[in-house]
Design a protein around this ligand. Structure first.
Ligand code: AMP
Length: 630
């Protein structure tokens, strides 16, 4: 079947299309309706059907593939490697589920997971899925304030964490940050379950903190049946950044997500049961949820969970993993490839990479140089794919297993089945033609697997994402907040965000969150944070600060910069730390007081600052230029 036919069926008759795809997973009770679209923009998929993500990822395979590797946990930080078969994975997940139940966790309860890339993090996610608890994984790179705001929003009954992570051989203690976060948060979890890796000392809080190893022993022979969930119950919440300082809890369902992942694993990722999938992301991001944990396991593949840097002990480490575990499909981000590109090329050539069939890259724009370099070095197709935390699986790419359409350099590809992608002229609200820049929007209903709502805030979901209607059908349209352009062949090109979200090394960050953190420094009067182009990381955060009391000596500025960086490290984590802090006397604003971030960003990148008819004081732009020069 051509991809065009496959795609058109998904658009013309979504119910028939997705009914067919739904056969890819196990249902305990069949659904009575494929799509309930009676309350747009809220879509319900596979209504009345009951299923379970843990069953489909683990239990389902134990009968036929019980001894096959399921989880390969590798840490070059602690020099450990352990493979769990599907049977062993099931045992561990059941033990973790039993611990959770003994701590009072039940269906619909939230469990916050703040963990390094260790096997227990995966057990915890799957254990939640098994008992119908809603997990919320918070990226281990976030610090106390970021963590506290997520604790307050999700209100978890249990937090699962560890003594520490490790990065580049340096121990990153988690427990202290977590204790601080719980102190800062209004909501207090009843229990904290802690994995002691022996990396950092931990002070256990009596009555609240529980040791994982000790409780695992208590539940070594536990039996915890799968809890069958209605397809539209929530499976997880994953916080992501937006325009305001308050992160959005993207909420996902059970059945739609399982079907979407199973379909994508076949159609897009050509995953075959028995193969090995190696996704280098982190479980704290959506790519980790979909393509480290759930997707590969649902497809009956072994999945590699890797803790460590791509260049330690040397830049051959990933390729040695590919050789050793016969990795068939690999998924990474452009920044990581740019890091590898700086390393001696022979390290790549040392290993037998014949098992590898394709490399998928996502999370940020893929530049042509990086794409061509890695494609030549590996000798396999490089498949760019564009999507978001909100979508859960690719929106634009090439579905190689449906039709091996050519990739175009610089383009992630064409709209995937189920996604009615359009480009909207921001000023007129009209749909754009070919080669005309517009906002990438998707006509509702969104396909299975996409976000259901913002956790606890349906209003915010509607008001944030669904502010436009299709001029063709009048239906609500979802905004991706990305600029895009489509060529004559229907290939899309992504041109950056339309909002105040920045993308640093594939990590999505809100400039508002960073600004709020910097504002808490006692000597900061006003601040603007923008994302500025960077050769290695795609973008970096740059801050412009108006101090309350200015010390214009070099030392004074350096001290303030260092202090601001420390504040951000402590509150958000080093992931949000600005690359540079500039001191200015004035910031460019409109007469109504709105920061002109796009103009600041343009100046930083040596571009024209754009339409300035509404600017309050044009001399502020000169101040930005002077600061950059000085
Ligand atoms: P996240 O929600 O963290 O996955 O970030 C999603 C954002 O990353 C998108 O809205 C885009 O701005 C950017 N992005 C993701 N994948 C790509 C890609 N393949 N090409 C260009 N931008 C991308």
């Amino acid at each position: 079947m051509s991809f065009a036919t496959f795609y058109q069926r998904s658009i013309d008759d979504p119910s028939a299309f997705w009914r067919e795809q739904a056969r890819r997973i196990d249902w305990h009770h069949p659904f009575s309706q494929v799509l309930d679209d009676s309350r747009p923009p809220f879509a319900k998929w596979f209504v009345g059907g009951t299923t379970n993500l843990c069953h489909n990822a683990v239990d389902r395979w134990v009968g036929t593939r019980g001894e096959q590797p399921a989880l390969i946990a590798i840490s070059t930080e602690t020099n450990t490697e352990k493979t769990y078969s599907f049977r062993e994975l099931q045992d561990e997940v059941i033990r973790t589920a039993a611990i959770m139940q003994s701590l009072g966790v039940g269906r619909g309860d939230r469990v916050l997971i703040y963990m390094p890339m260790i096997a227990e993090a995966t057990f915890a996610m799957l254990a939640c899925a098994r008992i119908g608890a809603i997990h919320s994984v918070v990226f281990g790179g976030f610090a106390s304030n970021s963590l506290a705001s997520r604790i307050d929003d999700a209100q978890p009954v249990l937090i699962v964490s560890a003594d520490a992570g490790s990065r580049g051989g340096k121990v990153v203690p988690y427990k202290g940050l977590l204790d601080d976060a719980i102190k800062l948060a209004q909501h207090k979890p009843a229990h904290v379950l802690l994995v002691d890796r022996g990396l950092a000392p931990m002070e256990m809080v009596a009555g609240r903190d529980v040791d994982y190893a000790e409780h695992r022993r208590l539940h070594i022979d536990a039996k915890v049946p799968v809890v069958w969930l209605e397809s539209n119950e929530a499976s997880y919440i994953l916080y992501t950044s937006g325009t305001t300082g308050k992160p959005k809890g993207v909420q996902r369902d059970v059945g739609g997500y399982a079907v979407a992942l199973a379909t994508s694993m076949d159609a897009i990722f050509c995953g075959k049961p028995g193969g090995t999938y190696f996704c280098t992301s982190d479980i704290g991001w959506v790519v980790g949820h979909s393509y480290i944990v759930y997707g590969p396991l649902i497809a009956g593949m072994a999945t590699v969970l890797y803790e460590g840097l791509p260049i330690r002990p040397d830049a051959g480490i990933w390729w040695s993993i590919v050789e050793k575990y016969k990795v068939t499909r690999m998924f990474s981000a452009p920044t990581a490839i740019r890091v590898l590109k700086k390393q001696p090329p022979e390290l790549m050539k040392k290993y037998d990479l014949s098992s590898l069939q394709a490399l998928y890259l996502a999370g940020e724009p893929l530049d042509e140089t990086t794409s061509s370099w890695i494609s030549e070095a590996l000798g396999v197709p490089i498949v760019d794919n564009y999507w978001q935390t909100e979508s859960g699986w690719p929106i634009l790419t090439i579905a190689k297993n449906i039709e091996d359409k050519p990739c175009k350099l610089g383009s992630p590809g064409v709209p995937m089945y189920g996604y009615k992608v359009r480009l909207l002229n921001e000023a007129t609200g009209a749909l754009c033609g070919a080669n005309e820049k517009g906002v990438v929007v998707i006509e509702g209903p969104l396909p299975p697997g996409c976000m259901q709502t913002i956790y606890g805030d349906d209003r915010r979901f509607v008001d944030t994402y669904w502010t436009t209607q299709s001029p063709e059908s009048g239906r609500p349209m979802y905004s991706t907040f990305d600029w895009g352009i489509r060529d004559d062949d229907g290939y899309y090109f992504i041109l950056g965000r339309t909002d105040d979200v920045i993308n640093v090394a594939g990590h999505r960050l809100g400039t508002r969150e960073i600004e709020e953190s910097i504002s808490s420094h006692p000597n900061v009067s006003e601040v603007a944070v923008v994302g500025v182009e960077d050769k290695l990381k795609g973008q970096v955060a740059v801050a412009f600060v108006i101090p309350k009391v200015a010390d214009n000596t070099t030392k004074g500025r350096a001290t303030l910069e260092a202090e601001i960086m420390r504040v951000v490290d402590k509150q958000i984590g080093s992931v949000g730390r600005p690359a540079r802090v500039y001191v200015v006397g004035l910031l460019p604003k409109t007469r109504s007081g709105k920061l002109l971030r796009r103009s600041i960003q343009a100046i930083c990148e040596g571009r024209d600052p754009g339409d300035l008819t509404t600017i309050e004081d044009p001399s502020s732009l000169q101040q930005i230029k002077d600061a950059l020069r000085g």
